[in-house]
Design a protein around this ligand. Structure first.
Ligand code: GDD
Ligand code: MG
Length: 356
């Protein structure tokens, strides 16, 4: 099994702590280790991991792997083209090395998983299924109608016929609108897609080639001319830039599950305290809170403040008589937001980008 860690996201929803130069996967949001280092740690001991990130973050990534004492190869993308191409690079590399039949364990670099033992147990269950040719997804029991996730409908009826823990997937819907997400919750039988996958390298490329031959071809071209220095592997920049931008969820999982008679996608339920820490509110939810429901971080005095996240990285920050706020103060930017509006922090970030 080859762990493949996708670490090229921009983490804009955790602005102003997460920045273009220093996105959230490289930050320690929930422990002293960065989210990337936590991702490596929860694997137990593995010989080698394959990391895929942006050229811009190569030293951050390499240094964090060195501190974690983890041997790795690091693919550098000249531009982000989302996760379908990122995974393709790792898969093509495996095939080129004669390891096309090896399972890739595809992981996001920015998740929190509390129960590492259960995580490892479920990964071990996935491997024989992936070896047989299945594309394995890991399903989280949903707690609310969240529009930022993919939804997986398990075919429980078919699942009953087999003596294993995985269910065939009847439907995969990436990021539905709120109304649709709510009907999935009401209906039952749906899981959230955890964003982790396991499949053989050759199987991924086969399916990618069926649904997005343009992405496969661009990635194959980009891998024709690679250059290696230290742990870094650079792909052909021009060829990679020409690759369409698409996530694995839209490019492969959704169309594959919708295809007639496709039963190679399975879901393994994962109950291991998973959180994708996609926003300040999500982070507030998983953190220990004081008796007023506040998460306080840094030099902060909070009076008559409830259910809020107040963080300061340098100067003193004080709050008085407020509820349900997110306050994040950094040396050059301050965010004050209503907790329920926190997804819109993306809009602020794009406004800042537009103005620069
Ligand atoms: N190398 C590389 N290049 N990595 C990338 C890129 C890229 O261009 N874009 C994103 N990533 C990394 C991110 O750093 C993260 O670790 C992972 O890939 C997933 O990307 P996100 O951008 O965070 O995806 P998402 O959260 O919107 O959606 C995915 O995850 C959800 C669960 O957290 C989907 O798989 C959803 O279906 C899923 O529910
Ligand atoms: Mg995410």
């Amino acid at each position: 099994m080859i762990p493949v860690i996708m670490a090229g996201g921009s983490g804009t929803r955790l602005w102003p702590l997460s920045r273009t130069q220093y996105p959230k996967q490289f930050l320690g949001l929930n422990s002293d280790l960065s989210m990337l280092q936590e991702t490596v740690k929860r694997l137990g001991s593995v010989d080698q991991v394959c990391l895929i990130c942006n050229e811009e973050h190569r030293f951050l990534a390499a240094e964090q792997m060195r501190v974690a004492n983890q041997s790795c190869s690091i693919f550098l993308e000249p531009v982000g083209r989302n996760t379908a191409p990122a995974i393709a690079l790792a898969a093509i590399d495996a095939v080129n090395k004669g390891l096309g039949g090896e399972c890739l364990l595809v992981l996001a670099a920015d998740h929190v998983i509390e129960d590492e033992q259960t995580f490892q147990k479920v990964i071990a269950q996935a491997e024989p299924l992936a070896k047989e040719g299945c594309l394995v997804t890991f399903g989280i029991v949903p707690t609310h109608a969240e529009t930022g996730y993919g939804y997986i409908k398990a075919d429980v009826r078919k699942g009953d016929d087999q003596s294993r823990d995985a269910y065939p997937v009847a439907e995969f819907v990436e990021k539905p609108d709120l109304e649709t997400a709510q009907t999935y919750l009401d209906e039952g039988g749906y899981y959230w897609n955890s964003g982790m996958f396991m499949f053989r390298a050759d199987r991924y490329l086969e399916e990618l080639g069926k649904f997005r031959p343009d992405i496969l071809e661009a990635c194959q071209k980009a891998m024709l001319d690679t250059s290696t220095d230290m742990d870094f592997i650079r792909v052909d920049a021009e060829a990679f830039k020409a690759c369409p931008d698409e996530s694995v969820d839209y490019a492969v999982m959704e169309p594959l599950c919708a295809a007639e008679g496709a039963d190679s996608v399975v879901v393994l339920p994962l109950d291991a305290g998973w959180s994708d820490v996609g926003s300040w509110t999500a982070l507030w939810e998983i953190k220990d809170k004081d008796s007023d429901g506040n998460v306080i971080n840094g030099d902060v005095i909070a009076h008559s403040t409830r259910n809020s996240y107040v963080m300061s990285t340098s100067r003193l920050v004080t709050t008085l008589g407020v509820d349900n706020l997110i306050v994040v103060d950094t040396p050059d930017a301050l965010l004050v937001a209503d907790k329920s509006k926190i997804q819109d922090v993306k809009k602020i970030v794009s406004e800042i980008k537009d103005n620069n």
